[in-house]
Design a protein around this ligand. Structure first.
Ligand SMILES: *[C@@H]1O[C@H](CO)[C@@H](O)[C@H](O)[C@H]1NC(C)=O
Length: 209
């Protein structure tokens, strides 16, 4: 009998808890962060050490990095303004963060992959790399603030698990900062840590619920 099940489906859809406005604004802020990550990553992919384009590209990277920082700050504001999230909304937001983490890791490994190009990009009196290091420190701080603000609003079960995820973001930033703190020359491109078991843990946790 298709008809009754269709009605059931429609009823279920209507009865499904709508995401609260504040969870929705956090989710939108996370999507906005992802868009800025993609934009910056695309610019990085055009950064090839070509002398004619170095200056405009570095300036573009600086500008887009600042915009990414603003997007992270906006997400922190959205989390701070939100009331405590329900279990359902906490699950939705936690899942969005799990999706965000590999994108941050991917962006950071792309920045690291361009370390030699940053080292050689000399603007004014020195290499651009120290500026990149400073930017990474700033972004790292902003993302820690976002994690803190978000965890404070998650339902207790999710809040307990969340640091396992957000610590991966901090670790990836610290790794990138460390690499940019070393002056030019040879450096190891470290394997960016995957979420691995933490992601599995969260996925299982979400499925169990
Ligand atoms: C960044 O660009 C690299 C190289 O094209 C790509 O492999 C990676 O998936 C991109 N990452 C993001 C977050 O867009």
């Amino acid at each position: 009998m298709y008809f009754p099940s269709l009605i059931l489906l429609a009823t279920t859809a209507l009865a499904a808890p709508l995401i609260q406005r504040d969870a929705a604004s956090i989710l939108q802020a996370i999507t906005n962060i992802e868009n800025h990550i993609t934009t910056l990553n695309n610019t990085l992919n055009t950064f090839n050490g070509n002398l004619l384009t170095t200056i405009p590209t570095v300036l573009k990277i600086e500008e887009q990095t600042a915009e990414l920082g603003d997007a992270i700050s906006a997400a922190t504001d959205a989390a701070n303004l939100s009331p405590a999230l329900s279990e359902t909304d906490s699950g939705t937001v936690a899942t969005a963060v799990v999706t965000l983490v590999p994108k941050i890791q991917s962006l950071l490994s792309n920045i690291i992959a361009h370390k030699n190009t940053f080292d050689r990009a000399v603007l004014g009196i020195g290499s651009v790399s120290p500026q990149v290091e400073q930017d990474l420190q700033t972004q790292s701080k902003l993302s820690d603030e976002f994690s803190g603000a978000l965890i404070a609003k998650l339902a207790p079960d999710y809040a307990a698990l969340a640091p396992l995820i957000t610590n991966q973001i901090s670790a990836a930033f610290q790794n990138a900062v460390k690499i940019f703190a070393t002056s030019g020359g040879l450096f190891h491109l470290p394997a960016v840590q995957g979420l691995g078991e933490f992601e599995e843990l969260l996925k299982n946790f979400l499925h169990l619920r």
